[in-house]
Design a binder for this molecule. Structure first.
Ligand code: GRF
Length: 190
């Protein structure tokens, strides 16, 4: 692991397929990042197994509203010299203070073509509205949910036979291609 690599933390809450994919990407010689930490709000996140398997340090913080656990998380990130945070299915909303402390250094992947379908149940809503396309977006995290500056987007066609689940699977495959590309772009400007 080259010393010049950008020390990165990935935040998850669930399955962690994007985490798994980012770990794979980080181990390519030319990758600009080293995933130093995995952070979760949920000890039961399946994704933590990828951290264990890959021998990456991981830690659970509750991220409750009182901000105490968030402060502990901030300290932990700083102690580990983290310079980039990739949210990957992280279901907690970070406070304004936290975002300010990592200004321009937190990015997220969202399963829709932002600014359309912010929030949850994106696939179901896109299908119900008769959209012809959906997709995924990587964006900077700002204090307004799913509204920060867009880094990269990928369009995915919605098929007539699509269910929210089949669409989700197809979009996830594109997420796994898009997220590393977006990370490269962000790192070039860090
Ligand atoms: C992805 O669809 C991502 O866009 C959204 O949450 C999901 C996480 O999936 N923010 P995984 O945990 O990476 O498999």
């Amino acid at each position: 692991m080259g010393l010049k690599k950008i020390q990165t933390a990935v935040f998850i809450s669930g399955t962690g397929s994007n985490l798994k994919n980012l770990i794979k990407f980080s181990r390519i010689k030319k990758s600009p990042i080293n995933i130093k930490l995995v952070v979760s709000n949920n000890l039961k996140s399946k994704g933590l197994n990828y951290a264990k398997r890959s021998k990456i340090k991981y830690k659970v913080f509750k991220f409750q509203k009182n901000n105490i656990s968030e402060k502990k998380a901030l300290l932990y990130l700083n102690n580990n010299r983290i310079r980039l945070i990739c949210l990957a299915g992280f279901m907690k909303i970070l406070s304004k203070n936290f975002i300010k402390k990592f200004k321009g250094k937190i990015i997220n992947i969202h399963p829709s073509l932002l600014p359309k379908y912010k929030g949850l149940n994106t696939h179901e809503r896109a299908i119900k509205n008769g959209e012809k396309f959906s997709g995924c977006t990587v964006h900077y995290v700002s204090s307004k949910l799913d509204s920060g500056k867009i880094i990269k987007k990928k369009r995915v066609k919605i098929l007539k036979k699509d269910t929210p689940n089949s669409l989700k699977k197809r979009i996830l495959r594109e997420e796994h291609i898009l997220y590393p590309k977006a990370v490269k772009k962000v790192c070039a400007n860090l």
